[in-house]
Write a protein that binds this ligand. Structure first.
Ligand SMILES: Cc1cc2nc3c(=O)[nH]c(=O)nc-3n(C[C@H](O)[C@H](O)[C@H](O)COP(=O)(O)OP(=O)(O)OC[C@H]3O[C@@H](n4cnc5c(N)ncnc54)[C@H](O)[C@@H]3O)c2cc1C
Length: 305
């Protein structure tokens, strides 16, 4: 059966799009390939969602999920592999089946690139983070390390320097791949130190992170840097090439207008998967709401023809 609005993803953007669509009287189906909640389900503490002073990411996701399923959202665990335009709307091919929607919202998010070294998974939420805006306040007054050499790493370091005691910015190569004003701002900041040519080897500690071991890429010497927190900023990975037949992509991110419309009428995108500057839960939710309202408007226009 065709849903009025078929949503790809089960994170905050998708669940908000589902909420608005259901409240707008549309039938909704959403597909999630891994776990409901998306990235935020990995966060032990969220303190920047309005009206909730502190909540675990899992609990926040669960509440969003319960809200939409209690309103009648239908969902399947499946990985959307491709999408095609049909006379009736869209046909999404999943690993386990095909799904029809009169309009579709892509809310596929991103994955933060991981280093893939020992201790990284163990200390996630206990010292290792991929988001300074999200988790920086947990390390106020403490020493932290930022790993990365491009704009986001420098932005993380500058952001953290406002509240942390000391920030060590550590890069793999002997230079930055960042904008000049950011590099200058870094040099003007007294509690940030920079060390180049170190390759991260392991995160170490007991129940919480205590240090990181690096190898000097020139001398091969091992260096251990004590720290309470480590912020890994080595890039994010969108996964939207499979939808490239119907949407424009910019470095893998879906290009939309401010109404979340893609270049294909009836196909919208919301949240971290689209080309935009700020990737947070609240911005994903805002996108999801906008995408749903735009999809509802699209359906009302084509129904009246
Ligand atoms: C550790 C961590 C902590 C964070 N802390 C905070 C915080 O405190 N505050 C804050 O505002 N933000 C935080 N963020 C950022 C926030 O989680 C993201 O901005 C937000 O989750 C984006 O929502 P989204 O729905 O756009 O995408 P995602 O949350 O990435 O959700 C996308 C979902 O789509 C699914 N999916 C992808 N492709 C397919 C497909 N082909 N078929 C089916 N399903 C698919 C994925 O499995 C995923 O579940 C944090 C991020 C991380 C990683």
């Amino acid at each position: 059966m065709s849903a009025d609005i078929l949503i790809i993803g089960g994170g905050p953007a998708a669940l908000t799009a589902a909420l608005y669509s259901l409240r707008g009287g549309c039938s909704v189906k959403f597909l999630e390939k891994e776990a409901i909640g998306g990235q935020i389900a990995d966060s032990p503490r969220v303190e920047n969602y309005p009206t909730i002073s502190e909540i675990s990411g899992l609990e926040l996701s669960n509440q969003m999920f319960e809200q939409v399923t209690s309103l009648g959202a239908d969902f399947d665990m499946d990985d959307a592999q491709s999408i095609e335009k049909t006379p009736q709307g869209f046909l999404v091919h999943g690993t386990y089946g095909d799904y029809e929607g009169r309009a579709v919202i892509l809310a596929t998010g991103v994955k933060h690139r991981h280093l893939g070294i020992p201790g990284e998974d163990k200390f996630l939420g206990h010292g290792v983070s991929y988001c300074a805006v999200c988790d920086g306040s947990f390390y106020a007054g403490k020493d932290v390390v930022v790993i990365g050499d491009a704009n986001s790493a420098l932005q993380y370091a500058l952001f953290l320097s406002k509240t942390c005691h000391h920030v060590s910015l550590i890069t793999l190569f002997d230079c930055f791949f960042a904008d000049a004003p950011l590099v200058k701002a870094l040099g003007d900041c007294p509690n940030i130190s920079v060390t180049h040519c170190l390759s991260a080897q392991s995160f170490n500690g007991g129940s919480n992170l205590e240090s990181i071991t690096f190898q000097n890429t020139n001398t091969k010497e091992l260096v251990t840097v004590p720290c309470a927190g480590a912020f890994v900023a080595i890039g994010q990975i969108p996964d939207n090439d499979r939808f490239g037949n119907l949407v424009d992509l910019d470095r893998g991110y879906i290009v939309t207008d401010e109404d979340m419309a893609t270049r294909t009428p009836g196909l919208f995108a919301a949240g971290d998967c689209r080309k935009k500057k700020w990737r947070q839960v609240i911005t994903a939710c805002g996108d999801g709401a906008t995408a749903s309202l735009s999809a509802q408007h699209y359906l009302s226009v084509i129904s009246s023809k």
